[in-house]
Ligand binder design. Structure first.
Ligand code: NCD
Length: 308
C-alpha cells in the first residue's frame, strides 16, 4: 500500500483503489485479530477532540489498543491549551513531538486540513464542523459492501439534516465515485444539502439526485435509507432547532412501506429520528456500523503507519 505517512482529511484523499485496500485489510483484521495484536507496538496515537464524541474517539482508542499501540489525548477544548488561546497548528506540532499519528475533531470547517499541513505526522479528520467525516464514511462503505454486496447500482435515500450533517457530505463525496448510484435527498427545505455537495454528485460518475420532503413518498424505492440527527450544535437559534428536530421519525409503521432488503443506516448518536422499536428489524444495521467502524479504523491506522 502507498498510504504510509499520508493524512486522511476527506474521502477523495484516497483513490477508490486505495480505499479498497483499506477495506481488504480491515476484513483480514476482522478474520484474524490475533495476527494484528502487536502490529502497532511501540506506536502512539494522539486523539485531539475539541468537540464531544463517543464512537469516533472510543473506536480510535480501541483500535489502537487492539493493535498493541498506545493512546494519549484530550477531550473538550477546555482540557487543552486551546483554552489559553493556542492555535491548532501549534498544538498539533507539539503533539507530533510525542505521537506517531493523530486524530482531530474540531468545530471549525477546514481545521483538520490546517492541522495536517502543520503536523509532519499523519493526521486523520475525526470531523471538522459541518464539513467532512471521512472515517465514518469508511465505516459506512464497509457496511454497505457487507450488507448489500456492492458499492454501485444503489438507490440511496439520505434523510434529515443534510445541511449540517458532515457524515452525509463525506458519504456523498465517496459514493459519487461508483457507478449507478442514485441519491434521494430527503430533508425539510431549511436543511437541504449545500450546493457543494450537490455539485459533487454532478461531477461524479453517478450524476443523479432528486430532492424530496416526505420520507413516505420514496421509501418503497430505496436500497439504503441513511438517517441523520438534526445537528443541534450547528444551529444559530434554539427556536429553529425545536421546530425542525422531529421532522422525521422512522418507526415500525413506516418500515412497512420499505422493501424487504432495504437497509437502515445511521452514524449515531440518534435522538428521536429512529424509534427504538426499529432496532429489532433485521434491516436496521446501525449497530453493525459501529462494529465495522473499529476494524476500518484499525486498518486505516496500520496503513498510515506503514505497518500493514
Ligand atoms: C456523527 C458526527 O459526529 O458527525 N457521529 C459520529 O461520529 N458517528 C453524527 C452526529 O453527530 O450526528
Amino acid at each position: 500500500m502507498t498510504l504510509q505517512g499520508r493524512s486522511f482529511i476527506e474521502p477523495p484523499d484516497f483513490t477508490v483503489e486505495e480505499t479498497d485496500e483499506v477495506f481488504r485489510l480491515a476484513k483480514r483484521i476482522m478474520a484474524a485479530p490475533g495476527d494484528y495484536a502487536e502490529r502497532a507496538k511501540g506506536r502512539l496515537l494522539a486523539t485531539l477532540f475539541y468537540e464531544p464524541s463517543t464512537r469516533t474517539r472510543f473506536s480510535f482508542e480501541a483500535a489502537m489498543l487492539k493493535l498493541g499501540g498506545q493512546v494519549i489525548g484530550f477531550s473538550g477544548e477546555n482540557s487543552s491549551s486551546a483554552a489559553k488561546g493556542e492555535s491548532i497548528s501549534d498544538t498539533v506540532k507539539t503533539v507530533a513531538c510525542y505521537a506517531d499519528i493523530a486524530v482531530i475533531r474540531h468545530p471549525k470547517e477546514g481545521s483538520a486540513r490546517v492541522a495536517a499541513a502543520a503536523a509532519g505526522i499523519p493526521v486523520i479528520n475525526g470531523g471538522d464542523g459541518g464539513h467532512q467525516h471521512p472515517t465514518q464514511t469508511l465505516t459506512d462503505l464497509m457496511t454497505i459492501m457487507t450488507e448489500k454486496g456492492r458499492l454501485g447500482d444503489l438507490k440511496v435515500g439520505l434523510c434529515g439534516d443534510l445541511k449540517f450533517g458532515r457524515t452525509v457530505h463525506s458519504l456523498v463525496r465517496a459514493l459519487c465515485r461508483y457507478e449507478g448510484i442514485e441519491f434521494i435527498l430527503i430533508s425539510p427545505e431549511e436543511l437541504r444539502a449545500p450546493d457543494y455537495v450537490k455539485a459533487d454528485i454532478g461531477r461524479g460518475r453517478c450524476g443523479a439526485y432528486r430532492e424530496a420532503e416526505r420520507m413516505q413518498d420514496v421509501l418503497s424505492e430505496l436500497d439504503i435509507l441513511y438517517m441523520t440527527r438534526v445537528q443541534k450544535e450547528r444551529f444559530f437559534n434554539e427556536e429553529d432547532y425545536i421546530r425542525l428536530k422531529d421532522s422525521y421519525i422512522l418507526d415500525a409503521e413506516k418500515m412497512r412501506l420499505a422493501p424487504e432488503d432495504m437497509i437502515v443506516m445511521h452514524p449515531l448518536p440518534r435522538v428521536n429520528e429512529i424509534a427504538p422499536e426499529v432496532d429489532a428489524d433485521p434491516r436496521a444495521v446501525y449497530f453493525k456500523q459501529v462494529e465495522n467502524g473499529m476494524y476500518a479504523r484499525m486498518a486505516l491506522i496500520l496503513a498510515l503507519l506503514g505497518e500493514e
